[in-house]
Structures are given as structure tokens and as C-alpha cells.
Design a protein around this ligand. Structure first.
Ligand code: XLS
Ligand code: NI
Ligand code: NI
Length: 436
């Protein structure tokens, strides 16, 4: 059965094309800096937004209704598998990501839930074999069900912690079975609403315990995929413990988990934390922890995770620049953690959304590759800090001096001369690269 009738495989037609159902910039086979575009970008479909999202918001019911929505839960889950793979094939997307709960219906008992999962994983496995599409990462949803009202790893209820652990165990087994190249922890409700009832120390210790149990079990079953933490500062809780890259890195170091995890950076989470997307990628990069990306964008006027498809070329350029500077994706990739607007109710909108996102990152990659090749920023940055290459600067870097020597040196200085930061010039140059 075909779910997206009338929509053929989306092809690259170039920027002059007037065909809305074509790529204008994403040319998967085009070689950039010695690598195919599709290998640079490693696009992934998010199972949840693409196949289970219905456009609900706090004020309104489902608006996006798909053909599978009328089926009973298990049939619906099976139809979604088929629809998802047809969708990825038509877009030429080679990876996907999912939570346990996205693929199969939950049940009253864990046993039954796991049975449902196994049945659907069989279907997914078949489709993966048929198409060659791969699993970028798996994860477990430990936030939607009402049992997780106080969190999962950071709950006050030990039974809930155990239930979460069981879900993680199962999700790891599934991810291994499907050859996933990674496993994500996004702290769904790992945070607090009020400190008045919160033992913050215990909650953080327990969060670290859950992560180390997971790592130990992964080693035990031979799951060698990359583990990631996905930072987010707030929503659903007022304060999420995995606030931003800097906070997560500090947390991982405290509990000796920093060698076992990298970061999955989401654009809209960066902006919620009061940072740019580039900032979060940079912090991860300089700490050797840039792992994967959840691509989307927020709305500057709204203070929540709007998860819009990314269409901002400045952001995609600077994100791809950070990724190139990091040597490109290894286990990670670019997962569209993005959803349609509530009013985008046509099936075609799914395609337009992904095409827009993929084209935005393809163009961003091309511009970033030029910036990278021309060493535009590197040369300027090198020059800007050149006072640390020789003389007193070099001695500081090599720690050959202390406060005493530095003080003696400073006392001998007659005048301090600074150079311009040239910010506007750099913004002008960036524009030249973007506008061509
Ligand atoms: C929610 C998160 C979520 C994770 C996966 O804000 O972005 O979708 O990516 O649990
Ligand atoms: Ni995400
Ligand atoms: Ni998000």
C-alpha cells in the first residue's frame, strides 16, 4: 500500500526549478570538501513528529489527521512503519530516530508493552533490510505517561525509577538489535517545579546512577553505539537539569561520565537557554563532545520549544561551519526534531517541510565549506590572539610566569594598545559568502 500517492521521489532540480516538490540545493551525490553532501549531512527523520504528531496544542485537539489514524493501535503502529519508510525513501533520507513509545502502543503492564515493541521492531527490521535505511539513534520516552509526573531518573518514587530503568534496558536492546549508531538521553521531566519539595542533590546523583547503569548494561550486551545527552533548559519542567552544554559537561565530569557521552545539540533548546545554536555547538566542540544535532528552530517571540522546521540560512551556515571545524559527523547526524504547524494539515506539507529543512542545511553546508576552505574566521582569529604566540603571551600560555612576573612586566608597560574587533566587517564578509 502506498501512503503518499501522487508524490514521486523528490529529486534535485537546482535553484531555478519551479517544482515545489524538488530539492533546489540538496544534491545528495555532490561532492563537497571530498565528501558527498548526504554523508556530510546525514539527515534523519524523527519518528515522533513525522508519524505520531497531530498538531495538538494546549488549547486544541488534533488537526493533522492521517490515513492511519483510524486503525486500531497495533495496526496503526504497523501502518506508520510502512508510511515512515515510504516517506524516507521518497525524500532520500537514510536515517531515522525514535522513542520506544513512538513505534508501539503502551500497555497496562510492561510485559505487554515490550511484546508490542518486539512485534513492531520486527516490522521495522524488515523495512530497514528492504531499504538500507539506518537507525541514527534510539531513546526511551520517560515523560509522557502520568507515572513520570515527578520525573524518571530524578523522581522521588523509587518504583518509578525502576520502571524507567526497565524502559531504558528495553530501548537499549532494541537499539542494539536495529544496529543503531547512538542512544539519546533527553531528560524529559528530569528537573523540578519548586525547590521547596526537591532534594536536588539526590536527584542529580540518581540521574548519574541511571546513566551509569545504562552504560554498564550497554557494555554487557555489546551495544557499542555512542551515548548522548540532549541539553534543554526548561519545558516541561521549570528547570531541567541538563540545562545547556556547559551544565551537562560539568555534570558528566563530576560523575566521571564524560568519556562515555557526547552531546546531541538541538537548535531550539539552545535559544531557550539564551544561547545561539552556534554557541552550543561551539561549547560541545571545544570539549570534544559534539555528537549529533536535532535540527529545528524556534520563534524569537515565543518562549517555548516550537520545533519549527529550520529555514534560517544564517543558523544553518554557522552550524555547519562548527560541524566542519569538528571534522564532520562521526556516529551522529542531523535529525529533524521539527514538526508541522498546527494549520499545515496536508500530506504535502510533510514533504515541503523536510525539503525546506534539507535545502536550508545543504545551502548552509555549501557556504560553510567555502568559509572553511578560505579560512575566513580562522585567519582573523589567529591574528587577533597573536600576542599569545610570542613574548609574554607565550610565557602565559606555557605557564612560565606567575602573578609576580606578570606584575613586574605590567609595571614596565608604558601604554596599552588594543586592536579593533572588526565585528561589522566580519558580519559583512559573512553576508558576502551567504548572498554570493
Ligand atoms: C524535546 C526533545 C525530544 C528529544 C528526544 O524537547 O527535543 O524530542 O529530542 O527525546
Ligand atoms: Ni530533540
Ligand atoms: Ni526539543
Amino acid at each position: 500500500m502506498e501512503f503518499f500517492k501522487g508524490i514521486d521521489k523528490i529529486e534535485y532540480e537546482g535553484s531555478k526549478s519551479k517544482n515545489d516538490l524538488s530539492f533546489k540545493y540538496y544534491n545528495p551525490e555532490e561532492v563537497i570538501l571530498g565528501k558527498k553532501m548526504k554523508e556530510h549531512l546525514k539527515f534523519a527523520m524523527s519518528y515522533w513528529h513525522t508519524l505520531t504528531g497531530g498538531g495538538m496544542d494546549p488549547f486544541g485537539e488534533q488537526t493533522i489527521i492521517r490515513s492511519w489514524d483510524t486503525l486500531n493501535p497495533m495496526e496503526r503502529a504497523k501502518a506508520r512503519v510502512k508510511a515512515g519508510f515510504e516517506f524516507m525513501e521518497k525524500l532520500g533520507i537514510e536515517y531515522f530516530c525514535f522513542h520506544d513509545k513512538d513505534i508501539a502502543p503502551e500497555a497496562d503492564t510492561l510485559e505487554e508493552y515490550f511484546k508490542n515493541l518486539d512485534e513492531i521492531v520486527d516490522e521495522i527490521e524488515k523495512e530497514m533490510k528492504r531499504t538500507g535505511i539506518k537507525l541514527l539513534w534510539g531513546t526511551s520516552n520517560m515523560f509522557s505517561n502520568r507515572r513520570f509526573v515527578h520525573g524518571a531518573a530524578t523522581t522521588c518514587n523509587a518504583d518509578v525509577f525502576a520502571w524507567g530503568a526497565a524502559q531504558v534496558k528495553k530501548a537499549l536492546e532494541i537499539t542494539k538489535r536495529l544496529n543503531g549508531s547512538g542512544y539519546v538521553f533527553w531528560g524529559g521531566r528530569e528537573g523540578y517545579e519548586t525547590l521547596l519539595n526537591t532534594d536536588m542533590g539526590l536527584e542529580l546523583d540518581n540521574l548519574a546512577r541511571m546513566l551509569s547503569f545504562a552504560k554498564e548494561y550497554a557494555n554487557e550486551i555489546g551495544f557499542i553505539g555512542q551515548f548522548y545527552i540532549e541539553p534543554k533548559p526548561k519545558e516541561p519542567t521549570k528547570h531541567q537539569y541538563d540545562f545547556d552544554s556547559g551544565t551537562v559537561i560539568g555534570f558528566l565530569r563530576k560523575y566521571n561520565l564524560d568519556k562515555d557521552f557526547k552531546l546531541n545539540i538541538e537548535a531550539n533548546h539552545a535559544t531557550l537557554a539564551g544561547h545561539t545554536f552556534q554557541h552550543e555547538l561551539r561549547v560541545a566542540r571545544i570539549n570534544d563532545m559534539l555528537g549529533s544535532v536535532d535540527a529545528n528552530m524556534g520563534d524569537t517571540l515565543l518562549g517555548w520549544d516550537t520545533d519549527q522546521f529550520p529555514t534560517n540560512i544564517y543558523d544553518s551556515t554557522l552550524a555547519m561551519y562548527e560541524i566542519l571545524m569538528d571534522g564532520g559527523f562521526k556516529e551522529g547526524g542531523l535529525n529533524f526534531d521539527s514538526k508541522l504547524r498546527r494549520a499545515s494539515i496536508d500530506v504535502e506539507d510533510m514533504f515541503f517541510a523536510y525539503i525546506a529543512g534539507m535545502d536550508t542545511f545543504a545551502k548552509g553546508l555549501k557556504i560553510a565549506a567555502k568559509l572553511y576552505e578560505d579560512k575566513v574566521f580562522e585567519n582573523i582569529i589567529k591574528e587577533r590572539y597573536s600576542s599569545f604566540d610570542t613574548g609574554i603571551g607565550k610565557k602565559i600560555v606555557n605557564k612560565e610566569v606567575g602573578l609576580k612576573e606578570l606584575s613586574d612586566y605590567a609595571l614596565g608597560l608604558k601604554e596599552i594598545k588594543n586592536t579593533s574587533g572588526n565585528q561589522e566587517k566580519l558580519e559583512m564578509i559573512l553576508n558576502q559568502y551567504i548572498l554570493g
